[in-house]
Design a protein around this ligand. Structure first.
Ligand code: SF4
Length: 285
């Protein structure tokens, strides 16, 4: 490719506050040495970043049974079910708790609602670890939904409290909340959507309106990255989703001049630098 590409990076890229904090805490644990540092599931939804941590000594395990003597368990930024933390405590397993303070806030709202005997409704994806961890604070009783149509089956309740998955799309959450008002007389809504993802979506939307092609960079299992990608596609902008610079296909840039770059909240800076470097080489700079 001989013609120059203009690359515009979104105003909000790279790790969000919570992921940055989690990675710093894990780093400190690995540096400190001592017992094996283990995780159940990936610490963040980015396979390349996870691989780097494994190479530095982080050990993936399937359950507490696999955590060795003196082992330390990392609680992921999404948080976990409190039953797991209690069991780790009973077994004398140390913890590095990287639960994002914003997720912790949702967990605390749910715990308080449950203690007050108020039914808990969570707007979010029931399969997402954050939602499962939050639901664990409500015993067996939380109602989880991610669609307005499901609201018709809720209650009816005299009163109930709502929390929202931190990365859930605001417009959809508000539509579900409105539908829930038909089923709950006194509905207490805690807006627990994380501002980091809202700002990122807004910045990506602004950028998508100015470019010939959007590149969305992040883990394929990262829900906020997938949502950014879908948003760009829905805006009618030609968009490609990549995890690494190697996946870039030079033919994408034929007849295009301005390329926008957006990333999920778990995309490390070193991957972004590699992508920018490859784009710069492709454009002949
Ligand atoms: S997206 Fe928000 S809630 Fe999730 S880890 Fe990042 S800062 Fe925390």
């Amino acid at each position: 490719m001989t013609r120059r590409l203009e690359i515009i990076r979104s105003e909000h890229t790279g790790y969000c506050f919570g992921v940055k904090r989690a990675m710093r805490l894990i780093d400190e644990g690995l540096e400190a040495g001592g017992g094996e540092i283990c995780t159940i599931g990936d610490v963040i939804h980015n396979p390349q970043a996870v691989e780097r941590l494994r190479n530095r000594g982080l050990v993936p395990v399937r359950s507490l049974d696999e955590v060795g003597e003196d082992g330390v368990l990392v609680i992921r930024a999404h948080g976990v079910d409190p039953a797991l933390v209690e069991e780790a405590g009973r077994r004398g397993i140390g913890l590095i708790d990287t639960t994002c303070p914003f997720v912790l806030r949702s967990q605390n709202y749910v715990r308080r609602l449950h203690e007050e005997g108020v039914p808990v409704i969570i707007i979010g994806d029931a399969r997402h670890p954050e939602v499962q961890g939050i639901a664990g604070r409500a015993g067996e009783d939380a109602v989880i939904l991610d669609d307005e149509s499901a609201a018709a089956d809720v209650g009816p309740y005299e009163r109930a409290g709502v929390v929202i998955q931190t990365t859930f799309a605001r417009e959809k959450a508000m539509a579900i909340t409105e539908a829930l008002r038909e089923r709950v007389r006194d509905l207490r809504v805690y807006d627990t959507i994380c501002q980091a993802t809202v700002l990122r979506r807004e910045a990506t939307k602004r950028l998508a309106g100015k470019v010939d092609l959007m590149l969305v960079v992040g883990g394929r299992s990262s829900s906020n990255t997938k949502r950014l990608y879908r948003m760009c596609v829905d805006l009618g902008v030609p968009t490609e989703f990549i995890e690494t610079a190697d996946e870039i296909d030079p033919s994408w840039f034929a007849g295009r001049r301005i390329v926008g770059l957006a990333t999920g909240t778990s995309t490390p800076d070193w991957i972004i630098e590699e992508v920018l470097d490859r784009l710069s080489r492709l454009s002949g700079e």
